[in-house]
Design a protein around this ligand. Sequence first.
Ligand SMILES: Cc1ncc(COP(=O)(O)O)c(C=O)c1O
Length: 381
Amino acid sequence: MKIARFETEHFFARYEFNTPYQLCNSDCETMSIEALLELANVSITDFAQLTLGYTESQGNPELRQNIANTYQSCSPENVVVLATPVEGIYLTARALLEPGDEVIVLSPAYDALINMFEHVVGDENVKKWNFHSNDNGWELRIEELAQLLSPKTKMIVVNFPHNPTGYVPSPQMQQKIIAIAEQNDVWLFSDEMYFGLIHKGTPKIPSMADLSSKSIVLSGLSKTYGLPGLRTGWLIVPNEQLIQEYINWKFYTSICSPGPSEFLATAALKVWNELRERSLTQINTNLQIADQFFDRWPDHFTWRRPLAGSTALVKFHVDSVNQITERVATEAGVLIQSAVMLGSDDHHLRIGFGRATFATALEKFDHWLTDNPLLIEQNNH
Ligand SMILES: Cc1ncc(COP(=O)(O)O)c(C=O)c1O
């Protein structure tokens, strides 16, 4: 059966490795294996001596313990380690849903959080819970979630902190979402890839895994912890029967995770707080640089500062961000991404704040805008 084009990943496959300055990455600044092992106080000789056999399908026990330690009340028995974070979206759609079930998803969203569910239950059975913009940022309306429910609803899919808007619910709003899931006995699939990236002044929220037995949580090392090359992700699954269901599906996708990644992930999770703080410091610096940039270009952009995460959704007052992307990439070597591929529209772009090269990339983009005033003036609306 065919599946929708994964636009974001096609876009990065085309531009990521040949465009020198990038403004749209959702991951945070990474580090070398050597730096990671030094930070975690793990010997590089131990890594070199690792043997390359198959690993345990549910995940290495020490790694599962270290993952469980990042939650308030999660046990290693509830952790299923994944060979890649994105695998967890596929496994969830397969393990929990049947064609004809209804699923509620956020819109806009990371493509897989819409497309994969449409693929499994049918396009017409995926209902969109839309973000709304206001003067200060982005919001979700709880009454709209309640209206989308039907007796056929099996799952609500959320992603907080959210890619791309940078929205995170207040603790009260989080409780309301949980109450709706629990009262209606539907699964709450919570993508927490940006877990803990909460900006100054925004109230922190716990993981859904610590709050509800109706939640299945996806997380991983790619974003908050800056280690996307490890491809390590995990699910927190509330009961044994479901864990076995997941593992059965995992036998068809990856069987088990790569040993070298498990070793390095185990080390990384010893210092998860330090890694997260490192990412937050970079994001905070970059957000201040972005504030100044958007102050300089008030007619060109509507800047809604994110509350959390490593991305923001910014209105660019042009007819088509997609058309400009190709020009900015070839003329300035700067990569911007239209949010149309995330289910938003072609007047918005996604901007990412996690990388150390952000300031340079933004400066190049600033110069390009200065050199191309006509383009902006003609299209301004
Ligand atoms: C919300 C969300 N979930 C899942 C993923 C998948 O993570 P990975 O690319 O590390 O598999 C991404 C990646 O951008 C994401 O933004």
